[in-house]
Design a protein around this ligand. Structure first.
Ligand code: IMP
Ligand code: MG
Length: 178
C-alpha cells in the first residue's frame, strides 16, 4: 500500500485520484441538472477546497459565477472549534442561488458559522457541496446537499487538504497511520 511521510508522520493511501474523480463527475452531473437555468454563485472555501473547486468547475459547463472566502478552524490535526475569517465575501449574495464548495466536513463548525452568516444576506437558496464527510465526527447540524466520499474519523491529507501547510498538492488522499 502506498505511503507518504509529511512532517515526520506516516500516511497511507485511502482513496486514489480516479476514485475521487468519479465522485466529482457524479456531483457535477447533480449540480448541472439542478442549476442549469439558475446562474448559481459558487463560494469556495479556501484553502482546502481549491482542488475540488477546480475539478468541479471544469465539468459544469453551465452559466455560473465563482468567488472565494478564506476561513480556518483547524490547528494541527484537531478542529479548534473557533472559526477565523481571513477574508470575506466580495459581493452581495442577496437573491442569488448559492452553492458553497467545501473540501471536508469534520465537526461542521466551519460551515455552521458560515451558513449562519450567509443566511443574514437573504440568498434565494443555499446549498453545500463537500468532497469528504467525517460522518462520525459531526457536532453541528450541517449536512451536505452534494457529497463525495464518507471517511472514517481520521486525519487525512491530499486533494487540497493539509497537515500544517503540507500535503495539499497530492492528487490522492492519505489517512494518518496510527
Ligand atoms: P470543521 O469545522 O470541524 O467541520 O472542519 C472543517 C475544516 O477543517 C475543513 O474545511 C478543513 O480545512 C479542515 N479539516 C477537517 N478535517 C481535516 C482533515 O482530516 N485533514 C485536513 N484538514 C481537515
Ligand atoms: Mg476547509
Amino acid at each position: 500500500m502506498k505511503e507518504i511521510a509529511v512532517h515526520n508522520k506516516q500516511f497511507r493511501l485511502l482513496y486514489n485520484a480516479s476514485q475521487i474523480e468519479k465522485q466529482v463527475e457524479r456531483i457535477a452531473e447533480e449540480i448541472k441538472k439542478e442549476y442549469k437555468d439558475k446562474s448559481p454563485l459558487f463560494i469556495s472555501l479556501l484553502n482546502g477546497a481549491f482542488m475540488f473547486t477546480s475539478d468541479l468547475m471544469k465539468l459544469l459547463e453551465i452559466e455560473c459565477d465563482l468567488t472565494f472566502v478564506k476561513l480556518s478552524s483547524y490547528d494541527g490535526m484537531q478542529s479548534s472549534g473557533k472559526v477565523k475569517l481571513h477574508f470575506g465575501l466580495d459581493r452581495s449574495i442577496a437573491g442569488r442561488h448559492v452553492v458553497i464548495i467545501e473540501d471536508i466536513i469534520d465537526s461542521g463548525a466551519t460551515l455552521n458559522f458560515f451558513l449562519d452568516a450567509l443566511k443574514l444576506q437573504n440568498p434565494a437558496s443555499m446549498k453545500v457541496a463537500a468532497m469528504f464527510v467525517k460522518t462520525d465526527a459531526l457536532k453541528y447540524p450541517v449536512t451536505p446537499d452534494f457529497q463525495g466520499l464518507s471517511i472514517p474519523d481520521k486525519f487525512i491529507i491530499g486533494y487540497g487538504l493539509d497537515y500544517n501547510g503540507l500535503g495539499r498538492n497530492y492528487k490522492d488522499v492519505y489517512e494518518i497511520k496510527d
